[in-house]
Design a protein around this ligand. Structure first.
Ligand code: GDP
Length: 444
């Protein structure tokens, strides 16, 4: 999970604070000290931490603070608001719209995750119904075009690039013109990675920008570079004047506070965060949701958006449940849905209180188990899929056949079937016209 250690520390400091019987200056000072130390240790800039501390102290007038629950709530709310301010420059980022081509240019250091993020971003917009495409204008790094091409093919996103043209300005211009003519809504242009000291490459970035006139330039900032993020971000801001930031590799990087500080220093909003190498590992960034998740308070809004964006397959199951039925096919569809949702820990962080419960649980084991279940149901016949699993109990030879066909064990097939049987039993009692689901109407 993103900033898991920081979240745990802030969570436990606020938890201890809420258990105290009375609110006094010493207690608030101790709370602030723990919060500030935790922030500094993730590489959040000292200046920002000092500002956060003095803002909180200014906002809560300790001598006039009501005692009991209300006093504690005021302190907790002020801490929450100031943490949000830390990651929110209050600047609106550009949002592409349907029907008008928007050009987005990606800039950043080499290895920051630009090429990977280009496809992730195109896919996000595509899922929102915007016709999206990619232009590979990174001619500096050998293999960059192939990498983008492979990702784009996997994600089924159209792309433009060249093995022979060496001038990135020409490629960018040609690609953008072509896709504008083809009436794409979002045209994402990947550029070469460059460092603030590489003056020529910086000049080339300006040339590309002047040629394609992007509606939005996004800087890709790698969370793992810690404090070094700030001078880099400032240099890019001066030259490329980016209007938004995507922070990558926030998964597992304890020093991500450096990138957060860089964003504050350039007064630019974070629009997405990269949370893994997989194509779905890009989360829309909203300051309040982010802090809410960090403090273990969940993010139900994000959860709803995430679930909706995945176009989960639920129509059949709802229809069946209304009739008090649950089939192996429903089980398979739901397994597929769960796999699409992403790692269990990521889902848990969006559900209030769940991330604490998930601590120590292994995503990999859960995912492996689910994958094997999918192999099992994928080895069944159409008739078996439409059954409630009873047919396997009546004809055990089916269990052996499926185990063999799916490369799993008889026990695993039996476990899967017994899971379906339990759900089918539940569906019988809950579904049907008179059951809870029937009465709710079960809108898909
Ligand atoms: P570029 O040189 O800026 O185009 O960087 P790439 O897109 O080639 O990415 C460099 C490496 O970072 C690759 O191995 C990516 O898989 C990895 N990467 C990119 N984004 C993330 C992320 O959000 N989390 C993790 N863990 N790795 C990432």
């Amino acid at each position: 999970m993103v900033f898991a250690d920081l979240g745990r520390r802030l969570n436990s400091a606020l938890g201890d604070f809420s258990k105290a019987t009375s609110v006094n200056e010493e207690l608030v000072d101790n709370l602030l000290k723990t919060i500030c130390t935790a922030l500094l240790e993730t590489d959040v800039n000292v200046r920002l931490v000092q500002t956060l501390r003095s803002n909180i102290k200014k906002k809560i007038n300790i001598s006039n603070l009501p005692q009991g629950i209300n006093g504690k709530r005021i302190v907790q709310k002020t801490v929450f608001d100031e943490l949000c301010t830390l990651v929110d420059p209050q600047v609106q980022a550009f949002t592409p719209k349907k029907g008008k081509p928007s050009v987005i240019m990606m800039v950043g250091l080499q290895g920051s995750g630009k090429t990977t993020t280009c496809t992730k971003l195109a896919l996000q917009y595509q899922r929102k119904g915007l016709k999206s495409c990619l232009v590979a204008a990174d001619t500096f790094r050998a293999g960059a075009f192939d990498q983008l091409k492979q990702n784009a093919i996997k994600a089924r996103v159209p792309f433009y690039g060249s093995y022979t043209e060496t001038d990135p300005v020409v490629i960018a211009q040609e690609g953008v013109e072509k896709f504008k003519k083809d009436r794409f809504d979002v045209i994402i242009v990947d550029t070469s990675g460059r460092h603030q000291q590489e003056k020529e490459l910086f000049a080339e970035m300006v040339e590309i920008s002047e040629a394609i006139q992007p509606d939005q330039t996004i800087m890709i900032l790698d969370a793992s570079i810690g404090q070094a993020a700030e001078p880099q971000a400032k240099a890019f801001k001066e030259t490329a004047n980016f209007g938004a930031v995507i922070i990558t590799k926030l998964d597992g990087h304890a020093k991500g506070g450096g990138a957060l500080s860089a964003v504050a220093a350039t007064n630019t909003p974070i629009v997405f965060i990269g949370t893994g190498e997989h194509i779905n590992d890009l989360e829309k960034f909203s300051p309040r949701s982010f802090i809410s998740k960090l403090l273990g308070m969940g993010d139900l809004e994000g959860l709803m958006e995430h679930v909706q964006s995945l176009n989960l397959d639920k129509k059949n199951m709802v229809k069946n449940l209304e009739q008090g039925k649950f089939t192996v096919r429903d089980f398979r569809d739901q397994l597929g849905n769960i796999m699409k949702l992403g790692p269990l820990s990521k889902m848990a962080s969006m559900i209030p209180g769940m991330s604490n419960m998930m601590q120590g649980m292994n995503d990999e084991d859960g995912a492996i188990r689910m994958k094997r279940m999918l192999y099992i149901v994928d080895s069944m016949t159409e008739q078996e899929l439409d059954s409630d699993g009873l047919t396997f109990t009546q004809q055990p030879s089916r269990v052996f056949r499926v185990a063999k066909g799916s490369g799993t064990s008889v026990i695993e097939v039996e476990e899967t079937i017994s899971q379906v049987r339990i759900f089918a039993q539940m569906a019988k009692t809950m579904g049907g016209k008179d059951g809870i689901l029937g009465k709710l109407g079960g809108n898909p």
